[in-house]
Ligand binder design. Structure first.
Ligand SMILES: NC(=O)C1=CN([C@@H]2O[C@H](COP(=O)(O)OP(=O)(O)OC[C@H]3O[C@@H](n4cnc5c(N)ncnc54)[C@H](OP(=O)(O)O)[C@@H]3O)[C@@H](O)[C@H]2O)C=CC1
Ligand SMILES: CC(C)CCC[C@@H](C)[C@H]1CC[C@H]2C3=C(CC[C@]12C)[C@@]1(C)CCC(=O)[C@@H](C)[C@@H]1CC3
Length: 334
C-alpha cells in the first residue's frame, strides 16, 4: 500500500518545495496538500502535476488558526486515508516583524555577529492578535492548531503495525528565554514567533515520550534562513535580492543561509528517508549548505528540559479541553 504524507502550509515557500522534493523521492506516494487558501493550493497542485503527471495529489482546506477548521480537516483526512505515514507540520506565521536596527549594527561588530545572523536573537520583534477562538494567533497557528490536528488524527497516527512520523518546521529563532509556562501563548511579550517555536520543540520532545511505544515519532527541523513570503515580510524582496552576494559571503562563516526553499527543505526530506528508531528526540535537524552549495543535514542538541516539556503538555491538553468545550457550547446555541 502506498505511503501517505500530509503537508500543512504546502501552497508556498518551504512547504511547496518540500512537496516537489517528496515526489522526486517517491513518485508513488499519496501526497495531501493541507492549505488555508484553496486557490493557491489548486495552483500548486497544477504546477506539481506538470512535472509528475501520474501522481496522486489530494487537497484539504485547513486554517490552523481556527479550531473549527482543524476539526473539519481532521475528519476529512480520517475519511480519506486509512494510514498516515508522514505529517509535516509546516504552516507558520510571523506577524508584522520589525528589525531593531540599533541591535543589528551593534551585533554586526561584536563577537556574536554570526550567532545574530543565524538566530536573529534580539533582532526581530513582532505583533500578535487574538483569534476568533480567543487564542494568540501566532501560538495557535504555529503550534496549537497543529497540536489539535495531531490529537484528532491519533487513531490514524498511533498504529503500531504502521508507524507515523510527525515532522515540525521549527526554527533556530526558538529561545528558552522567550518562553514562559505562565504565559505560554506569549500574550505579554514581543517575540511570539520565537516563543511558539520553542513551544514546538517542547511539544515534539513530549510527544515522543508519550507516543513512541504506540508507533508515533516526532522530529523538529530548522530550514535555515530562506527567502519566502515570511522573510519578504521582514525586508522587501528587492532588498533580499540586493543582499544575495552578501549572503553567499556569509555562507563562509555559517552553514544556515540555505536561501532557497529547495535547500531549506533538505532536513525535511532527509527525515523522510530515515528509520524512525534511529532518530534522536532531543535534537533539532538543521538544513545546512556548504559555501560551494552542497546541501547536508546537521543534528544539534536542543536547549530544553523534559520536565518543562511535560508540564507544558499538560497545559496544552487542558487548553484543548477548554476550547473544545467552548466550541461545543457555541454549536449547541446555533
Ligand atoms: N523562511 C525562513 O527563513 C524560515 C521559515 N521557518 C518556518 O518554515 C515554515 C514555512 O514558512 P515559509 O515557507 O518560510 O513561509 P511562507 O509564508 O512561504 O509559508 C507559510 C505557509 O503557511 C501557511 N499558513 C500560514 N498561516 C496558516 C494558517 N492559519 N492555516 C494554514 N496555513 C497557514 C501559508 O499559507 P497561505 O499561503 O494561505 O498564507 C503558507 O503556505 C514556517 O513554519 C516558518 O516558521 C523556519 C525557519 C526559517
Ligand atoms: C546582511 C544580512 C543578510 C542582513 C539581513 C538582516 C536581517 C533581516 C536577517 C538577519 C538574521 C535573519 C534571520 C531571520 C530573518 C531575517 C534576519 C533577521 C529569521 C528570523 C527568519 C525566520 C526564522 O525562523 C529564523 C531561523 C531566521 C533567523 C535569522
Amino acid at each position: 500500500m502506498e505511503r501517505v504524507a500530509v503537508v500543512t502550509g504546502a501552497s508556498s515557500g518551504i512547504g511547496a518545495a518540500l512537496c516537489r522534493r517528496l515526489l522526486q523521492e517517491d513518485a508513488g506516494i499519496r501526497l495531501c496538500l493541507a492549505c488555508r487558501n484553496m486557490e493557491k493550493a489548486v495552483a500548486t497542485r497544477a504546477r506539481l502535476l506538470v512535472t509528475f503527471p501520474n501522481t496522486q495529489i489530494f487537497l484539504i482546506q485547513v486554517d490552523v488558526g481556527s479550531m473549527e477548521s482543524v476539526l473539519r480537516a481532521a475528519k476529512e483526512i480520517k475519511q480519506r486515508f486509512q494510514r498516515l505515514d508522514y505529517l509535516y507540520l509546516n504552516a507558520g506565521i510571523m506577524l508584522n516583524p520589525h528589525i531593531d536596527c540599533k541591535a543589528f549594527f551593534r551585533g554586526l561588530f561584536s563577537r556574536r555577529a554570526v550567532h545574530m545572523l543565524t538566530t536573529a536573537e534580539g533582532l526581530v520583534t513582532q505583533e500578535d492578535r487574538v483569534t476568533a477562538d480567543g487564542l494568540q494567533e501566532v501560538f495557535q497557528t504555529n503550534l496549537f492548531g497543529h497540536f489539535v490536528l495531531i490529537q484528532q488524527l491519533e487513531p490514524l497516527l498511533s498504529q503500531l503495525e504502521n508507524p507515523s512520523h510527525l515532522i515540525w518546521t521549527s526554527s533556530s529563532n526558538a529561545r528558552r528565554s522567550n518562553f514562559s509556562l505562565v504565559d505560554f501563548q506569549h500574550s505579554q511579550g514581543k517575540e511570539s514567533y520565537s516563543s511558539s517555536k520553542y513551544a514546538t520543540d517542547l511539544t515534539s520532545v513530549v510527544l515522543n515520550k508519550h507516543f513512541n511505544k504506540q508507533g508515533l515519532y516526532s522530529s523538529v527541523v530548522c530550514p535555515g534562513v530562506v527567502m519566502t513570503n515570511m522573510t519578504y515580510g521582514i525586508l522587501p524582496s528587492f532588498v533580499w535580492k540586493l543582499l544575495i552576494p552578501i549572503m553567499w559571503l556569509i555562507r563562509f562563516f555559517t552553514s544556515t543561509y540555505t536561501m532557497t526553499p529547495y535547500n531549506g527543505a533538505e532536513a525535511l526530506v532527509w527525515l523522510f528517508r530515515q528509520k524512525l528508531e534511529s532518530l534522536d528526540p532531543l535534537v533539532k535537524y538543521h538544513s545546512c549548505i556548504s559555501p560551494w552549495g552542497k546541501n547536508y543535514v546537521e543534528p544539534r542538541k536542543m536547549d530544553l528540559d523534559e520536565e518543562t516539556a511535560e508540564i507544558f503538555y499538560q497545559n496544552l491538553l487542558e487548553l484543548e479541553r477548554q476550547v473544545l468545550m467552548r466550541l461545543e457550547g457555541q454549536q449547541n446555541i446555533k
